[in-house]
Design a protein around this ligand. Structure first.
Ligand code: SD4
Length: 336
């Protein structure tokens, strides 16, 4: 309830529209008309990221450029404690970033556990376009970034350092404590922790691309990688079918190859919403119902420009922008 109130107040104040999913779906469907672009992102505050992506899409640009530029918005935002600069660190106080990108031709690029670089998504795109590989991790990813002109930066802000220090005191460095914080963490001032951005876009030429970027689970063990930079888990695109991306506890998403599962369900005729629901149900059945206290959410689009989402629990929101709807924020349906 608190999260809902916050979203309503803060986003309606900035001109966003909070809609029930059914209404939003109706509003999204005109975007299905041929040549009509759209962009969708996990979490309500990412209306700002969508607006940036829209600058590319509305002028006839590529979905790939749209998602890259879009997700750079929260990456550079010190207030966003789950992505890029200002993201909460691992339990050793190191900000380690995970990002991936996928285009309409099946090209993929990913960086995992990358430190000191504010825009890991740009590095992921360079891995895709300038190397024979698809994933670079840790030191190697940093080396590659620096060789390509990126500057080393301290990504820990005063705020994120303070929160980490407080966590250290309370948790005694226990990795089992990280999940609790992921679910319950509230930044000072009651501001919500808005989690990973996964963004999917359809451009005027009918091409789909996606990007996903995160600082991952707060206070994780050093070296831990979640679903977000894993193609097929945190993100998947098949231009003939559609695309999906995930947020929430990455360990659970990886277990079912989440985003790929969503896209495969759409391939066999499910709507984006049905496909996201199938993935959430799969997760629950694989774990025999034992994923208490965790949140997992998927968003998806199909080739027709239909959108959908589904989450394990209440409180998952997403942001949509189409030719007929600006700053739309939706609350996902959920399973339990
Ligand atoms: C992870 N999936 O690292 C990411 C974190 C996230 O909402 O999405 N938080 O597991």
């Amino acid at each position: 309830m608190k999260r809902r109130k916050f979203i309503t107040q803060s986003l309606l104040g900035s001109g966003a529209i909070l809609l029930a999913t059914k209404q939003a779906r109706a509003l999204a469907s005109p975007a299905a008309e041929a040549g009509s672009p759209l962009v969708i992102s996990t979490w309500a505050p990412n209306v700002k990221a969508n607006a940036k992506a829209w600058e590319v899409l509305s002028t006839g640009g590529r979905a790939l450029d749209a998602v890259e530029r879009g997700v750079m918005v929260p990456e550079a935002d010190p207030e966003d404690t789950s992505v890029g600069y200002g993201g909460l660190p691992d339990r050793d106080g190191r900000v380690t970033l995970d990002s991936c990108i996928m285009d309409e031709a099946g090209n993929i690029g990913s960086v995992m556990c990358l430190e000191h670089i504010m825009h890991p998504i740009r590095v992921a795109r360079m891995v895709m376009e300038k190397t024979p590989h698809v994933i670079l991790v840790g030191e190697g990813a940093l080396q590659f970034a620096l060789a390509n002109g990126f500057q080393k930066q301290d990504l820990l802000t005063e705020n994120s350092r303070r929160i980490w220090k407080q966590w250290l005191q309370e948790s005694k460095y226990d990795p089992m404590d990280t999940l609790k914080h992921m679910k319950e963490y509230k930044a000072p001032g009651g501001k919500e922790n808005h989690d990973t951005i996964g963004m999917l876009a359809l451009d005027r030429n009918g091409n789909i691309s996606g990007a996903c970027t995160t600082s991952g689970m707060a206070f994780k063990m050093h070296g831990r990688v979640g679903d977000s930079p894993v193609i097929g888990a945190g993100l998947y695109v098949d231009n003939a079918v559609g695309a999906a991306t995930a947020t929430g506890v990455g360990e659970e998403v990886i277990r079912i190859c989440g985003s790929h599962t969503v896209v495969e369900a759409m391939r066999y005729g499910k709507t984006p919403r049905e496909a996201c629901k199938i993935a959430v149900e799969r997760m629950l059945s694989l774990r025999r119902g034992k994923i208490e206290g965790k949140q997992i959410g998927f968003i998806a689009i199909n080739k027709k420009g239909e959108v959908g989402a589904f989450a394990l629990q209440s409180g998952f929101t997403y942001a949509l922008r189409t030719a007929v709807g600006k700053d739309i924020v939706m609350e996902s349906e959920f399973l339990i």
